[in-house]
Design a protein around this ligand. Structure first.
Ligand code: ADP
Length: 283
């Protein structure tokens, strides 16, 4: 796979694709703690390893975790001559997070309108360069911020992260429903913490049950992109600031496969030909 084979896809009516960003994929989840941010960064690094130009925007303004996940808590973006934030190039991915701009240990007490403005600025005023895919790590839930992002950001498609238990499905359903109403297609589900294998005896157990993926397929016709185990290494690596795809072959294979399947699904979406059509000028 190389960037020549990645083409731009259409965004929802009324929005214009950002010229230098071919596709925006939003990683969403109904609730926090299911592994959305972990999935987002490992997915982004997997895409970059496959030769794509990739960026990631941490849109979780109230709890930005990207700086920690990439071991860059002290990074402060410089401003380019054209007055844009310079993203941090880490692990082959251009990264931008609200956590780079404020002290992430401090609670952000901002009203919705200011949050929305800050997010729009981070998307539009970052020097992304040419990207095949910009991954957005969405905040958890389905509130006002999500609605604004869904309405104003030219998102190509979403990927939903869930854990396998029934209770997670209630919130996941809300998230899927919201993006459906916004006419933003979902290209599939990542089931995280699907199974745990004991390192001592090798016994595997579905600690959080199973069935979420089948129910989501049945109700929303969404395909499974991949399943990640509940594995202490994923957690440790995240805490150490190195995405696990970089040093664990088995887990890397799962994320790489998710990345490949996602690109296949993306390729099935309607293409964006708008930049090929010359603008009609009045004479
Ligand atoms: P979210 O973005 O949904 O809030 P995070 O990605 O921050 O969730 O993950 C929450 C916690 O769970 C983190 O400590 C992370 O390291 C851990 N975690 C995520 N996925 C797994 C997994 N498959 N196995 C073990 N721990 C995981």
């Amino acid at each position: 796979m190389n960037q020549n084979s990645i083409i731009a896809h259409r965004v929802k009516q009324g929005l214009k694709r950002i010229t230098n960003i071919k596709n925006i994929i939003a990683i969403t989840s109904g609730k926090g703690g299911v592994g959305k941010s972990t999935t987002a960064i490992n997915f982004a690094v997997s895409l970059a390893k496959q030769g794509l130009n990739v960026g990631i925007l941490d849109a979780d303004i109230y709890g930005p975790s990207l700086p920690k996940l990439i071991g860059a808590e002290d990074y402060k973006p410089e401003v380019s001559p054209s007055n844009k934030f310079m993203p941090l190039d880490k692990y082959g991915v251009k990264t931008m997070s609200f956590g780079f701009l404020v002290d992430s240990s401090q609670a952000t007490i901002w009203r919705g309108a200011i949050v929305n403005k800050a997010l729009e600025q981070m998307l539009n005023d970052t020097e992304w360069g040419e990207l095949d895919v910009l991954v957005i790590d969405m905040p958890p839930g389905t509130g006002d911020i999500h609605l604004t992002i869904g309405q104003k950001f030219p998102i190509t498609a979403t990927i939903v992260v869930t854990t396998p238990q029934d209770i997670a499905l209630i919130d996941v359903g809300k998230s899927i429903g919201m993006f459906e109403k916004l006419a933003i297609p979902c290209i599939g589900i990542v089931e995280n913490m699907a199974v745990h294998t004991c390192i001592n005896c090798g016994h595997s157990e579905e600690i959080f049950g199973h069935g979420a993926k089948d129910k989501l397929k049945q109700k929303y016709n969404l395909d499974l992109l991949g399943q990640l185990p509940l594995d202490a290494n994923i957690c440790t690596q995240s805490d150490n600031g190195t995405p696990i795809v970089l040093n664990n072959e088995n887990i890397a294979n799962i994320y790489n496969n998710i990345a490949k399947l996602s690109l296949d699904k993306l390729a099935e979406l309607p293409k964006d030909y708008s930049t090929l059509i010359p603008e009609v000028k009045k004479i």
